[in-house]
Design a protein around this ligand. Structure first.
Ligand SMILES: [Zn+2]
Length: 333
């Protein structure tokens, strides 16, 4: 008699949710109710060849599965949020500058390594989906996520689904033109939103102030080791009303508000969710400044039904969003 292998019911099976970042890989096991039951973490080591990095992703996913005590073969699928320009249909990462990847078929290779279906999408889209389904956007169908990190990332959920547009590049909010002939952006253009309000831009302006001898607790804390000025430290300095930090962040809040206003004017979503390390650690007054700027720069009635709220899930947004995305792609198959 042939041995019959039990095929796990896809609806009842757990999924893997993975977030691939330039510095770290996060993997999680998510049960059918959306609860994270195991997690693991690995350094990306983006300086290594892409094959090595993909093996590290697979190892990280296998570690999470092992912690949950569930054999890999019993998983329904894996979802992975990856940085850069990618195509969710082909599973290919076209260009990811912070990984040094060009035309890498992430999905195919990861499927070979894990032997389960893999679904990929942009990391910020996954984070926005996570917040929309399980974070501050629960119950909403149209949501835009703006994440202030090193740069500024954006994700759009329309009618409950990730909106990629014609090129899968929709939602690259960080590159909205903000200031004429402004500071140079990583994309090569001048004056983009992230070049005036991303963390690197904020730190650049703070360093400029410190070099001019402006008074700041940051100079006591970091001296001339400016690389120590990270999101959390900035948020704490703001919360203590450090004069230089307040001056620079007030300017950034006005730009962030303009970015929010642009999004609201075009899409009129149920909510704009603001996330990222700086936003998560900073006090309510900063959010109020953003809201004021958004109001001042929006067509009044378009603002009426849109909430401007803070993200709730931190790093879990990406892994939960990836897991939910995998489950939803699977149910469409
Ligand atoms: Zn740019």
């Amino acid at each position: 008699m042939n041995k019959i292998t039990k095929v796990p019911d896809k609806k009842e099976a757990p999924v893997l949710g993975i977030d691939l970042g330039g510095t770290k890989i996060l993997a999680s096991v998510v049960d059918p109710t959306g609860k994270i039951i195991a997690r693991s973490k690995k350094k990306t080591k983006a300086e290594k060849p892409w094959r090595v990095v993909i093996s590290r992703i697979a190892e990280c996913a296998k570690d999470a599965a092992e912690i949950s005590n569930i054999p890999l073969a019993d998983f329904a699928a894996a979802g992975i949020g990856a940085p850069g320009a990618l195509n969710p249909d082909t599973g290919i990462i076209n260009l990811a500058p912070n990984l040094n990847w060009e035309n890498v078929n992430l999905r195919e290779i990861l499927e070979q390594e894990l032997q389960i279906p893999v679904f990929i999408n942009n990391d910020v889209n996954m984070g926005t989906l996570g917040e929309c389904r399980m974070g501050s956007g629960v119950g909403m169908k149209n949501v835009v996520g703006i994440f202030i990190g090193t740069g500024i990332g954006g994700g759009i959920i329309l009618d409950g689904k990730i909106y990629g547009g014609a090129s899968y590049m929709a939602g690259e909010i960080g590159h909205i033109p903000m200031v004429d002939n402004g500071p140079l952006c990583g994309c090569g253009k001048k004056g983009c939103f992230e070049a005036v309000a991303g963390r690197l831009a904020i730190v650049r302006d703070i360093i400029e102030g410190l070099k001019k001898g402006k008074e700041s607790i940051l100079s006591d804390e970091v001296g001339e080791n400016y690389s120590k000025i990270k999101s959390r430290r900035l948020a704490l300095a703001w919360n203590k009303r450090d004069p230089l930090t307040v001056k620079v962040l007030k300017k950034a809040a006005v730009y962030i508000g303009k970015g929010v206003a642009t999004v609201i004017t075009i899409l009129s979503p149920d909510a704009v969710i603001l996330g990222g390390g700086l936003i998560e650690a900073i006090d309510e007054d900063f959010l109020e400044l953003i809201k004021k700027s958004a109001e001042a720069n929006s067509f009044p009635s378009s603002l009426r039904n849109t909430k401007i709220i803070r993200a709730l899930l931190g790093d879990d947004a990406g892994i939960l969003g990836s897991a939910l995305y995998a489950r939803e792609c699977l149910s469409k198959k």
